[in-house]
Design a protein around this ligand. Sequence first.
Ligand code: F6R
Length: 219
Amino acid sequence: MKILKNYKELSSTVADIVEAQIKEQSKLVLPTGSTPLGLYDELVKRKLDWSLVLTFNLDEYLMNIDHPYSYHSYMKKNLFDRTNIYPNNCHFPFRPTLSFEDKMIKGRGIDLCILGIGSNGHIAFNEPGSTFDSRTRVVDLSLQTLQDNSRFFDSVEDVPKQAITMGLGTIMESKKIVLMVNGTNKLTILNVAMNGEVTEKVPASILQKHNNVEVYYCD
Ligand code: F6R
């Protein structure tokens, strides 16, 4: 794990990794949430050429994708509309989920997957109890996640109860994984995930089994 000075450094360090991949015309898996906001700002500032990049988002709520709080809207606002990426090259999990996975896996597969971690150890929306071989599918969100994510909505009742997410098996097929973690409130779960037992009770613990994972943390 690399501990960085502050959020700015976390964002620019991961932006360097993404920039190196973009030059190689790759397939990227991208997260939403609070943690990557600085990364997206930094990438936009760098005015990179995204014309040959394919992106795949980790997850999306089961909701109208045009809703301002959907992850489609988040990505458009924070990254896609601020770069020259082609909308057709931006993918979100969809049904049939097999077609989504085909698109991801076809050819060279996923070069780089950027992740955040939930306070309950989830990655993407793979909640505790998700199987390590899980694939893209519809899931029920845990109470903890509904509560955590209510900050993006008007109230906890407004948070969609279900989402569609890449599976843990899907994520683990990425050639390289970068886990971004911001805030002391994530330290305990990060420690459990990285140094504790590898168990489906802590979905992020599966990352211990990947041979090319980098973890970046700042307070
Ligand atoms: C979002 C995602 C989630 C978040 C996690 C942390 O696409 O995959 O697993 O990465 O919930 O969210 P933040 O960064 O808001 O703390």
